[in-house]
Design a protein around this ligand. Structure first.
Ligand code: C2E
Ligand code: CA
Ligand code: CA
Length: 735
């Protein structure tokens, strides 16, 4: 006190607590120096005031300004009573002199989770606090989620008690702090669950109260958590729903229903769906909405929206784009460039890819595809965009100035080497020059693909440029199935017959049935165009069976009328061998044919592309047909890679030497030897030979010398419509 006066101060005060009328109260002791008797240093006034009520009020105000403290309760733990409360949340207020245990019990009712509630009551019971203090622990602490009331947001509070022994009374006193740590809790827990990725938007849903908060960045979610909550009300809360493409809006509404989210989370712990949205530039992008519980026990869900467009556009195998990616990126690029006609879309297909898988295994097949992709991107074509659009189909967007046809030819000549074995991959390419007029990218791909079908000999020229005339014959695959039914019903399909000539006699020995589609609008469509499409969509068998019935009807009619006829072969697609119903139908039809004694007229042409299918179905279909006296022809011999495997594993009656050999008879000196040996080899194993695609005198004379049994080709006759074929037969019969 002396020091205060020596400093020259006029006033000093000290606040402390003391027992007044049996209660602890805050008091203030103040000393004032007399100013009237300035010289007389002995004159002071000292008085003691009860400031308890005012002091607590001030304390309360101070507390309100500390953001995260929501309440402080002071208590006399030895006596087990609460003394006073200060803080923002009235719910946490204690009555004066309320027993600690009743108070704790009352507060615990705001804790929704039973284990947590029990733990709270146990830790802060008078008995436990005293015990822990005597054991030497002066502070206790725990965290719990609180619901103050149904209407209010849940929050996470940290509760701790600091205890001390009052040196004056020797009693243990304590202060309980309630601190709101919701924000810190979210910062710690939300990111762990969802912040590994770049989410565009995050919402936190209080599913119990059907409330949510939404924002674009996580940090503001946290700090706004206590302020900006709004009703969830399903999709309406998402301003983004307007961006969802029209056709998916209904589905979107269902997906964001709170009940759907909860149901999904109940089943799998995570719930997500994808939806297309249009962004500000009008581009459609793929969004993924995913939801997880932050805390399942209090029904707090975090939802996030993520743009997975790029991710969904990648081809896992090659690392390039997939079809979806190609469509979007190309569309964007072509819309941006000043002159889109400076680009071309290239479609590549590996003709014999199935063989790679068969011979080398699927893993090698994958490597082969990766190699092709690398060849494409590193080629001098320098594609702007490269994608694998499906299994062995690739597309590129190339600048016309880089479209060097020599380079393209060498790109198409791709080799696959494994364990010292080398295999030529036959790659074919269709080219579509981008036109000025607007067109969907998928339409460009289709046109390039269409052009590819016009390649007649990939060894000579493995590419073909699209031109308008091809469009006339363009068969829309989506419509094809329907058109096929209609075509069959309306007899648009016509069977043509190409005579096969006996080399020795020069007379007709047999014929091959070849299908023609006379389309009402498009006119004549080559089978080379629609057969691959029908094979892709699985409808080829219907057509093959239709041809078979027509042909056998034709033979039966001729026989019944005692007219001259020859055996006629029908082509079977590899698809047919995967179709057991088709196989049964053929066998049944064959039995009927036999009843009338015409089975020796039945012939089937199959190619090595059926090798895998025949091996797989193991039904012994070829044997069954041969037992019933049909003849089996191995078509296109030498065009692929399993010709010899086929020849070794199955029995054939006739071998058809592929056109590609016949065509080179005059050109390549080696070809003659090859054809010569094929014929010799066939004869050695008791098989007759047909040369296909024979067009010249030279070819005929060589084949005759080599002992080829039969000749088929334009030299003798093109495939003929039925009436003309009948004439051909009558003429032959008359000779
Ligand atoms: P393919 O079985 O190898 O049929 C022979 C093809 O060569 C026919 O073509 C025929 O018109 C043609 N050709 C015949 N002689 C000559 C010639 O001297 N020079 C040239 N350049 N070509 C000749 P087409 O009719 O266009 O048939 C193409 C392919 O379509 C056939 O090849 C066959 O694989 C398939 N195809 C035709 N009809 C059917 C059918 O009914 N079912 C099935 N599954 N495929 C069929
Ligand atoms: Ca054939
Ligand atoms: Ca053939």
């Amino acid at each position: 006190m002396k020091k205060i006066f020596l400093d020259g101060s006029q006033y000093a005060s000290l606040q402390y607590r003391r027992v007044l009328e049996g209660q602890y109260r805050w008091v203030s002791m103040e000393i004032v120096r007399s100013t009237e008797y300035r010289e007389d240093n002995q004159q002071v006034v000292m008085y003691i005031r009860d400031i308890n009520d005012d002091y607590l009020k001030l304390l309360q105000i101070a507390m309100c300004h500390t953001l995260d403290s929501v309440g402080i309760v002071s208590a006399n733990i030895s006596q087990g009573i609460c003394l006073s409360f200060a803080g923002r949340r009235d719910e946490l207020e204690c009555q004066s002199e309320e027993s600690i245990d009743t108070y704790i019990q009352r507060v615990s009712e705001m804790i929704p989770m039973p284990e947590s509630r029990e733990h709270f009551c146990q830790v802060f019971s008078q008995q436990n606090m005293l015990k822990r203090f005597t054991e030497g622990t002066a502070a206790l602490s725990m965290e719990a989620a609180f619901f103050y009331s149904e209407e209010q947001q849940p929050c996470v509070l940290r509760i701790n008690v600091d205890m001390a022994c009052n040196s004056f009374s020797r009693e243990i006193e304590g202060v309980l702090h309630f601190t709101d740590i919701t924000v810190a809790y979210l910062i710690e827990n939300v990111p762990q669950k969802i912040y590994q990725k770049d989410y565009e938007n995050i919402i936190i849903i209080d599913a119990k109260r059907e409330k949510m908060i939404k924002t674009d960045v996580l940090s503001s979610v946290i700090s706004d958590y206590l302020k900006k909550e709004e009703a969830y009300e399903g999709y309406r809360s998402y301003s983004s729903h307007r961006a969802v493409v029209e056709s998916e809006r209904e589905r979107f509404k269902k997906c964001v229903e709170l009940s759907a989210i909860k149901e999904g989370l109940r089943k799998d712990k995570q719930y997500f769906f994808t939806i297309h949205e249009t962004d500000k530039t009008g581009e459609v992008r793929l969004k993924r909405y995913s939801y997880i519980y932050i805390d399942e026990r209090v029904d707090i869900i975090v939802g996030a929206r993520e743009d997975i467009t790029e991710f969904s556009e990648k081809d896992v195998l090659t690392g390039g784009y997939n079809r979806r990616g190609f469509l979007r990126i190309t569309e964007r690029l072509l819309n941006k460039v000043p002159d889109r006609t400076k680009y071309a879309v290239l479609f590549f297909n590996v003709k014999n890819f199935k063989v790679v898988n068969e011979l080398f295994g699927v893993e090698s097949g994958d490597v082969a595809l990766q190699n092709i992709f690398k060849t494409l991107i590193h080629s001098k074509l320098s594609p702007v965009i490269t994608a694998r659009v499906e299994s062995d189909h690739f597309v590129c967007l190339v600048e016309n100035k880089n479209l060097d046809f020599e380079e393209l030819t060498s790109v198409c000549d791709n080799k696959f080497i494994k364990d010292g074995k080398c295999m030529n991959l036959i790659i074919r390419c269709g080219i579509f020059y981008v036109e000025e007029k607007p067109m969907k990218i998928s339409g460009m791909i289709d046109r390039a693909k269409l052009a590819k079908r016009y390649i007649t000999d990939e060894y000579v020229q493995p590419y073909m440029v699209y031109d308008q005339s091809m469009q006339v014959a363009y068969v829309d695959k989506a419509k094809l199935a329907g058109e096929l039914q209609e075509g069959i019903a309306k007899e648009q399909f016509k069977v043509y017959y190409q005579p096969v000539i006996d080399t020795k006699t020069g007379k007709i020995a047999s014929a091959e049935a070849l299908i023609r589609w006379i389309h009402p609008d498009k006119g004549f469509i080559s089978p080379a165009l629609f057969i691959p499409a029908l094979e892709e969509n699985g409808h080829i068998s219907e057509l093959d069976f239709y041809v078979l019935k027509k042909v056998w009807q034709f033979i039966s009619d001729r026989c019944e009328n005692n007219k001259f006829v020859v055996p006629i072969s029908v082509n079977l697609s590899w698809m047919d061998f995967y179709d057991e119903i088709m196989m049964e139908k053929i066998l049944k039809e064959m039995d009927r044919f036999r009843e009338n004694g015409r089975e020796h007229m039945a012939r089937f042409e199959i190619t090595e592309t059926s090798y895998a299918a025949i091996r797989e179905n193991r039904s012994g279909i070829l044997e069954s047909l041969r037992i019933k006296n049909a003849k089996i022809l191995l078509d296109d011999f030498g065009s692929g890679f399993s010709s010899f495997g086929m020849l070794q594993d199955y029995d054939f009656d006739i071998l058809k030497i592929d056109m590609s050999f016949i065509r080179k008879i005059g050109e390549n000196p080696k070809t003659k030897s090859i054809v010569h040996s094929i014929i010799g080899m066939a004869h050695e194993i008791g098989i007759k030979t047909v040369a296909e695609g024979v067009e010249t005198e030279e070819q005929v004379s060589f084949l005759r010398q080599s002992g080829c049994d039969y000749i088929q080709g334009y030299y003798y006759s093109k495939p003929l419509p039925e009436e003309e074929f009948v004439e051909f037969l009558e003429k032959a019969d008359a000779e």
